[in-house]
Design a binder for this molecule. Structure first.
Ligand SMILES: *[C@@H]1O[C@H](CO)[C@@H](O)[C@H](O)[C@H]1NC(C)=O
Ligand SMILES: *[C@@H]1O[C@H](CO)[C@@H](O)[C@H](O)[C@H]1NC(C)=O
Ligand SMILES: *[C@@H]1O[C@H](CO)[C@@H](O)[C@H](O)[C@H]1NC(C)=O
Length: 387
């Protein structure tokens, strides 16, 4: 049994690793239990988000998945295992859990984030790919709405999808400032003083150093300058994913002024369509995921689980373009007011030449779900030579 926590994409990562761990232990997996998230207070369960039958069917030959503990085990009080070390190897998993599992019949795992090594033998790595890109499919009602919104964007031509990270909790957690006005920056500073525990970034550097090191999400003005420099014309159709920005929608004005065809799910949905989803952060994130995954070009304004998952999905689906802002290198140019617009645009375009090309290959230690090439792909060399 596993309890998965965090936002939808974080839960997704933990489900992928839970399947692989079950496989390593040759154990059946109980459908993962979703812990209610304290930030988003979303009580969705696995089958509210994902298609459970599909999940079971696709993985049928790899891991047996059961909906609940069998009656022979319900009386067992499972021993909770929270101490799986970071990046544990399959050998570690086997040697520490096999005996316990045999003895107790049930093993309960929690906090699986990045617990399983990113570097696994090829068969287990391929299982990761299979869970990520084939078994985890959103449930039909989410998929239907996500596809409808995609169609509404697509009906007038190609579109760009942006994942904007400008919500209040993002500024607080990253130790960054939205840079809207002194007043808003002070609100974030005060919140951070009240809740120092929320900071996930290194605490011994100043906001300015953090910004220059490329550790801050881009704000609306920076995103506007970046995509303009990369050649987005005024008529570009843009979908933006993400929650309401801190400071409200006015915050997005630099973008909406420059790009009048600028929409999010609320703008595209017909009255009532979003109603059953709108109180659930995970379902809203899933709808954004679908539209972003299907866009012609995708750009996240900051790293994070959702951006990574979509980048991986797009690479797997056939090298669909993902632009990763080169924040560390571009920020000094954003601050240089003596650059002309054309000089600025040329520099920014040059800095992104690589990310406009083929997807990066996975290197050791990298997550195969973000960099699926080459491990997740069929090896065409092998196919041809065996024919
Ligand atoms: C800040 O802390 C990190 C480790 O948390 C350390 O590697 C780094 O050198 C420190 N930087 C400064 C400027 O003290
Ligand atoms: C700002 O841009 C000007 C014009 O290209 C350049 O000469 C100058 O070195 C830049 N300043 C910084 C701090 O990069
Ligand atoms: C593909 O298969 C060939 C022949 O078996 C092998 O030499 C090559 O390394 C494989 N490539 C990848 C990316 O796995």
């Amino acid at each position: 049994m596993v309890v998965v926590s965090g936002g939808m994409n974080q839960q997704r990562n933990q489900i992928v690793d839970a399947v692989v761990i079950a496989r390593i232990l040759e154990a059946a997996l109980v459908v993962p239990i979703f812990q209610v998230n304290p930030i988003w207070a979303d009580e969705s369960e696995f089958s509210d988000i994902f298609n459970l039958d599909h999940f079971k069917n696709v993985l049928g030959n790899d891991v047996r998945i059961v909906s609940s503990l069998p009656s022979t085990h319900v009386m067992t009080r499972p021993v909770e295992e929270k101490r799986t070390p970071l990046h544990a190897s399959p050998q570690w998993i086997r040697s520490h859990y096999t005996r316990k599992l045999r003895r107790d019949g049930v093993l309960l795992l929690r906090g699986l984030d990045s617990r399983l090594s990113k570097d696994l033998p090829s068969d287990l790595q391929k299982l990761r790919c299979k869970v990520t890109f084939h078994a985890l499919r959103f449930n039909p009602s989410i998929l239907e709405l996500g596809n409808k919104l995609t169609e509404r964007m697509r009906s007038k031509g190609p579109f760009l999808a942006l994942h904007l990270r400008m919500e209040k909790d993002v500024w607080v957690r990253t130790g960054c400032l939205p840079g809207l006005s002194h007043e808003y920056d002070e609100m974030i500073n005060n919140e951070r003083k009240r809740r120092p525990d929320l900071l996930t970034s290194r605490s011994n550097i100043t906001y300015h150093e953090r910004k220059l090191a490329g550790l801050c999400p881009l704000n609306a003005l920076e995103v506007t300058r970046l995509i303009k420099a990369l050649g987005a014309p005024k008529g570009a159709r843009i979908y933006w994913a993400g929650g309401t920005p801190f400071g409200g929608k006015e915050t997005l004005q630099p973008l909406t002024k420059e790009f009048p065809h600028f929409y999010n799910k609320e703008d595209l949905a017909l009255p009532g369509e979003l109603e059953t989803f709108s109180k659930k952060a995970s379902l809203m994130a899933a709808i954004d995921y679908i539209v972003c995954e299907n866009s012609d070009v995708f750009m996240p304004s900051h790293g994070g689980n959702m951006g990574h998952a979509i980048q991986g999905h797009r690479a797997y689906a056939g090298h669909k373009k993902t632009i990763t802002p080169n924040k560390r290198q571009m920020l000094p140019h954003f601050l240089n007011s003596s650059l002309s617009e054309s000089e600025f645009n040329k520099i920014i375009l040059d800095l992104h030449k690589d990310s406009l090309g083929q997807p990066d290959l996975r290197k050791r230690g990298r997550d195969v779900t973000k960099y699926p090439v080459p491990e997740c792909m069929c090896n065409s060399t092998t196919i041809h030579s065996s024919m």
